[in-house]
Ligand binder design. Sequence first.
Ligand code: MG
Length: 352
Amino acid sequence: MSQWFWNTRSSCLVEITTDNGITGWGECYGPAQAHRTLIESVFAQILIGRDPLQRVSLWDSMYNVTREWGRKGLTMATISGIDIALWDIAGKHVDLPIYQLLGGAAGNAIEAYASAFYYGGSWAGDFEGEAEALLTKGFRSFKMKVGAGPIESDIARVERVRDALGPDARVAVDANRGFTPGEAVKFGRAITDVDPWFFEEPVLPEDRAGYRNVRAALQMPIAGGESEQTRWGFQELLADRIIDIAQPDPTSCGGISETMRIAGMVSAHSLVLYPHTWGTAVAIAASLQVIAALPETVPSMTRTGPVLELDQAPNIYRDELTNLKIGPLMTLPTGPGLGIEVDRGLLKCDAS
Ligand code: MG
């Protein structure tokens, strides 16, 4: 990404078992061991013995008990993973996919876009080779990293990727909060002719005025929200009118429950929601279920629906942990709950 290289990643998978033998899976975004500690020391005591179908009440209990030191950050991501597992249980209990419990799914296919063109990794710098590989896989929508600077170098990156992908591809840029507002405006204006699909996290999420300035100065849609959580956090983002595309992450913002609450608020502001997704196949399955049940904000004969983010960095837990088929056109799983089977052989963690 724009500010440093990651050489490891971790995901905390949550497994909840019920007394009638149902197992629900969820995922928490962020440091796995820290989530595990929170689950074992705080949340297990809240959950054990309660009715797993009472997701609203359980969410409120988890939030209220941890309010003084929780509310956002790691704690909310832990609650998110638990909430997803509770939805998986609910779907398995009534033998329906989660999106059906949410009342969703007019179609069964969802387009995925490739999050790619990183600063490091096996393709680093070879935009033409990476573009050809992704186009051959069937991707038609893409997102690339920018923001490391110097700005002229970032502009050249975008122009090279656009040339390599061709005029028909949708190409978004993601600065991962790497620009100052002034830099973001200068960069955004310079790439306007490249017709970016959207400009993600141009500046620091704490700098709402900076976001406002960037959005007012540029003609492209501004996306953000992967660093924000809960209905209260998104209320500020939406009320300030500083984004065009909201990107809550179901594994971080408060789970499937809270993502749907945020979706209602996003809809009320005539905006669209493309969930941020960055984890194992469990996280991808959760985002798929949510996408299939999002409200159509502004009816249209031509506007295409929300898209799934598919990170292209190597990740065996995305590709092989479950039976979910990963690709540019995702088919909604028809099985109950999240609709996936987890391969326990791939999990080396001692859960005892
Ligand atoms: Mg991003």
